[in-house]
Design a protein around this ligand. Structure first.
Ligand code: TMP
Ligand code: ASP
Length: 317
């Protein structure tokens, strides 16, 4: 799939159209900004790290049933996604006090919270992404009540999944920012990226940052942090199960099916008029890297005979 036209260039990403209307390509840049673009620098390897981290996390979320825009990773820094219209809302989830919450409420950084805190911000750099509430969103028609409910539920569920995944990477997920989009049928997808640019990640059991705070606060070791998170994410296996159905193409005579049909009829089950036999495979996997189309390739190259058989597959929990 190739890029057709640059549709949008943001601070850390470019979005391109593709020959297919319902797909975009996102390209991750090395540029980092903080304080709404006031501070800017290139961080070598950041684009690649964020693309690889986001891809694997979106794959995990797909397996866990969270609808998201990710289709597949195309290269080190390019991702193919569903084209969606982004809601002008940022959703922030906090598991521990840090960043603007610590400042705004005069709380100690690192204070534990009784339950996750969900905040909304209005996406506008000029206004510095001001915090808004549900009433603002509904009154200004930024999303409908039903959309908002879905966005909140998906955010909290994603938080649970990510806390557990990052813990396996020996990282604590302190807080994060999500963006959501809508396709032409009105389906809601988690979109944008999930990376050290959009999450606070601390070494488990400490307050050592492995995220963009190293850049925001001039803590040093910025490139190393992105590289380290990338390595940990790549090396943390995702447990997944895929169910594959393989059946003969409708045009192919099913000899085994005919034998079963005759046997059924001889036992008096005359209501059966056709039997087609298929195969069901369940694959349990422990994957370290996200690699697009692995299951498709398994089906095409070994499991199914593409001349005679059709296949379908799905993730199962
Ligand atoms: P905050 O504490 O500065 O409000 O940030 C909360 C989380 O949101 C943190 O993980 C960083 C992320 N974030 C973004 O992804 N983009 C932004 O523009 C800001 C301000 C925060
Ligand atoms: N996204 C914000 C900016 O553009 C910065 C941040 O993540 O703190 O500058």
């Amino acid at each position: 799939m190739e890029k057709v036209k640059l549709l949008y260039e943001g601070k850390a990403k470019r979005v391109y159209s593709t020959p297919e209307e319902d797909k975009f390509i996102i390209e991750f840049k090395d540029t980092a900004t903080a304080f709404d673009g006031l501070k800017k620098a290139d961080i070598s390897g950041k684009g690649e790290a964020n693309c690889i981290i986001s891809s694997k996390i979106f794959e995990l979320l797909t397996i866990k049933g969270i609808k998201n825009h990710y289709i597949k990773r195309l290269s080190e820094r390019e991702m193919l996604v569903k084209s969606v219209k982004i809601f002008p809302i940022e959703v922030i989830i906090r598991n521990r006090v840090a960043g603007s919450m610590a400042k705004r409420l005069g709380l100690d950084v690192g204070k534990e919270l009784e339950r996750p805190v969900l905040e909304f911000c209005y996406k506008s750099d000029e206004l510095h992404d001001p915090m808004i509430n549900e009433d603002h969103i509904l009154a200004l028609n930024l999303a409908t009540e039903e959309e908002l409910k879905t966005i909140k539920e998906m955010s909290l569920e994603t938080n649970k999944i990510l806390i557990e995944f990052f813990r396996k990477c020996h990282l604590e997920l302190v807080d994060m920012k999500f963006e959501f989009g809508k396709d032409s049928q009105g389906n809601i997808y988690l979109a944008d990226e999930i990376s050290p640019d959009t999450c606070r990640l601390w070494e488990l059991g400490t307050t050592t940052s492995w995220d963009k705070d190293r850049f925001r606060k001039d803590l040093g070791g910025v490139e190393e942090a992105y590289r380290e998170v990338k390595e940990r994410v790549i090396n943390t296996p995702i447990d997944s199960k895929a169910r594959i159905f393989i059946r003969l193409k409708p045009s192919i005579l099913d000899a085994q099916g005919s034998v079963i049909l005759n046997a059924l009829k001889s036992l008096g089950f005359n209501e059966v008029i056709e039997v087609r036999v298929g195969k069901l495979l369940e694959l349990k996997m422990d994957r370290k890297v996200d690699e697009p189309e692995r299951i498709e390739r398994m089906c095409r190259e070994l499991l199914a005979n593409p001349v005679m058989e059709d296949y379908e597959w799905e993730w199962i929990e």
